[in-house]
Ligand binder design. Structure first.
Ligand code: SAM
Ligand code: SF4
Ligand code: SF4
Length: 405
């Protein structure tokens, strides 16, 4: 199994005269806790698990494939993810039954929202079957899990109806610009923007844009990663296009995830500047967070009285670089091959697959996951902010395409 991890250990890749050392982190594993131990008595009044910073476990992101049909340069740069790159072999992937078994334990521990991601999740064969299984999960109080998926939208036109029929509630589509030339160059596989826009329309028609009932939780969301000098001139056209459409557009600061995208601080456009640019043309009012742990700061389009015009809708900004939000981070991430990561910027994960493939009972699995979350200390963004904007914590990080967004 180490074969496919070892092959990039000493490779170096050149980005516009920058040399990026590649160290494949997929093999790095933390020892699993002793599954026979009962979780520590460290529960909230609702019986939920808390980590060492008193953060509950609410959100599970599951990566279902490490493959993608796009090569966005901020995520899977072509120079690294080329024909020689070793993706995980099928036998290493968690099966749908294994994913569902693990997800069930997380839901019992307080997870209310599950997001399928990747790689490109719609490339995983029969993904609808997994959605069917996950949609049967119920929280301890009997509610269905808020089941959603992040996609590049390329296959949505074909699949939206089946996804909805399988039990998917909502989707988030990544779209980095409306201009076809800009979009083709950012996905780096010459994929036309019209096909993603058609996918978004198909998702709306299929009912994947329904609200989950919470304030501000409009179903269909669009994520735009903003890279200064690459697509920041698309901010206003995107805002104009989606204003009043029922879709929430969210601008994400270009993050220093992984170790292959050659990230530089001078390519980050702070969210404050995104808001200032939109506000200069379309007045905005700040909105309350709809729930604790929400990643995006919400802004509503204002009417002539300076109040939120609900028909015009809202936008969001995700300021992972300039404004750390680790304080209430309630997210865990399960990689394609069953490693549990407690932070997007983690360098090591816990190998849950080895636990479930070694006849571990459900009680032992519950206990192991409980111990892992209770020992969680991660707060990478806050530490980076404390150290200065152009620094990392020094540890080698896992790729976004492997761990999921
Ligand atoms: N392929 C799917 C997609 O693009 O929506 C799902 C996986 S992708 C890794 C999940 C999200 O991560 C996408 O919205 C993508 O834009 C975002 N992302 C990837 N690399 C990023 C980076 N360096 N900075 C900020 N967001 C990033
Ligand atoms: Fe693929 Fe999504 Fe990464 Fe783009 S952001 S390369 S679509 S996984
Ligand atoms: Fe959560 Fe880690 Fe991001 Fe902080 S840096 S918000 S702990 S994922």
């Amino acid at each position: 199994m180490l074969r496919h991890w070892a092959n990039t250990l000493s490779t170096m890749t050149i980005f516009n005269s920058r040399t990026v050392p590649l160290i494949d982190q997929r093999g790095a594993t933390l020892p699993n806790p002793d599954a026979s131990l009962a979780p520590k008595a460290h529960l909230t009044t609702q019986g939920l698990l808390l980590d060492t910073h008193a953060r509950p476990l609410r959100d599970l992101r599951i990566s279902v494939t490490d493959r993608c049909n796009f090569r966005c340069n901020y995520c899977m740069p072509k120079q690294v993810f080329d024909n020689n790159y070793s993706y995980l072999p099928h036998a290493d992937l968690l099966s749908f039954e294994e994913i569902t078994r693990i997800a069930k334990v997380f839901v019992a521990h307080g997870v209310q929202k599950i997001r399928l991601t990747g790689g490109e999740p719609l490339l995983r064969k029969n993904i609808e079957r997994l959605i069917e299984q996950l949609s049967t999960l119920r929280t301890p109080t009997g509610y269905p899990v808020d089941l959603t998926l992040t996609t590049n939208g390329s296959l949505l036109g074909r699949k939206a109806r089946d996804l909805k029929a399988a039990g998917l509630r909502r989707v988030t589509v990544s779209l980095d610009g409306l201009n076809d030339e800009v979009f083709r160059s950012m996905n780096d596989v010459d994929f036309p923007v019209a096909q993603v826009l058609a996918g978004i329309a198909a998702a709306q028609t299929a009912g994947l844009g329904q609200s989950s009932g919470e304030a501000g939780s409009t179903g269909l969301k669009i994520n735009m990663v903003v890279k200064r000098g690459t697509n920041d001139h698309e901010i206003l056209p995107m805002a104009r296009h989606f204003k009043g459409s029922g879709v929430v557009l969210r601008f994400i600061e270009y993050m220093d995830v992984g170790a292959t995208n050659g990230w530089r601080m001078n390519e980050v456009l702070p969210s404050s500047e995104v808001i200032a640019r939109i506000r200069a043309e379309m007045p905005l009012v700040p909105l309350q967070a709809s729930k604790p742990g929400e990643t995006a700061q919400r802004w509503g389009y204002a009417n002539a009285q300076g109040e939120h015009d609900k028909r015009a809708g809202e936008i969001g900004v995700i300021s992972s670089v300039t404004q750390a939000f680790c304080g209430d981070c309630n997210r865990a991430r399960l990689s394609t091959e069953g490693k549990l990561y407690l932070c997007l910027f983690a360098s090591q994960g816990y190998d849950l697959r080895s636990l479930i493939r070694s006849n571990t009972t459900d009680t032992e699995l519950i206990s192991a996951i409980g111990h892992i979350w209770q020992g969680r200390v991660d707060r990478y963004s806050e530490l980076r902010s404390a150290m200065g904007p152009d620094t990392g914590t020094g540890a080698r990080r896992i790729e976004m395409s492997y761990i999921g967004g």
